[in-house]
Design a protein around this ligand. Structure first.
Ligand code: FES
Length: 174
């Protein structure tokens, strides 16, 4: 069992190396790399932050500062799918509270919590820059806009269905 876990970890770090090599010369690369690292590991524990810090030759305090500042990053394990409900002004006036309430009711958890099956985590976000599509949610990288509460069950169900079909772990495009 231990062997299996360490092999999986090794594969994740190899994937992270590919990400780092691809993005390290680009502007704003730290956030991009941390986003990808979070997709690969599911969250950003201090070991992963330290690895990124070493590879990029950036102080760990800087990396941790970015992870702590942005709500899209989490140091704790998250569900496979993180739902971010935008609570920025444009989304708020278009009913994002009702969207959040519906998601909470459908999944039987509150904002900040993860479902028992570790499939979904609900978070709220400030403006995610897609105000023209308000109200907006994101599920991992995917954006859903102009939502009504009636859309929510179908969207959530599509992830539940996909998860049943797919093998363990999500393919992360580097
Ligand atoms: S306020 Fe929600 S995307 Fe801007």
């Amino acid at each position: 069992m231990e062997l299996e876990i360490s092999r999986q970890d090794k594969e994740k770090y190899e994937k992270l190396d590919l990400v780092i090599n691809k993005y390290k010369q680009q502007e704003g690369m730290l956030i991009r790399i941390l986003q990808k690292a979070q997709q690969i590991f599911g969250h950003l524990p201090i070991e992963v932050q330290s690895y990124v810090s070493d590879k990029l030759d950036i102080p760990i305090s800087t990396v941790n500062g970015v992870v702590s500042f942005y709500s899209l990053f989490s140091e704790e394990p998250q569900g496979k799918y993180t739902i971010n409900v935008c609570m920025g002004t444009a989304c708020y006036v278009k009913g994002s509270q009702e969207i959040l309430k519906t998601i909470e009711e459908e999944l039987h958890i509150r904002e900040g919590e993860t479902t028992l099956d570790k499939l979904f985590t609900i978070k709220v976000a400030r403006c995610i820059g897609a105000c023209g599509l308000a109200p907006v949610i994101t599920i991992n990288d995917k954006v859903y806009g102009r939502l009504s509460p009636l859309d929510i069950p179908g969207i959530l169900h599509s992830y539940i269905k996909t998860n049943k079909k797919s093998a363990i772990g999500e393919e992360v495009k580097v």
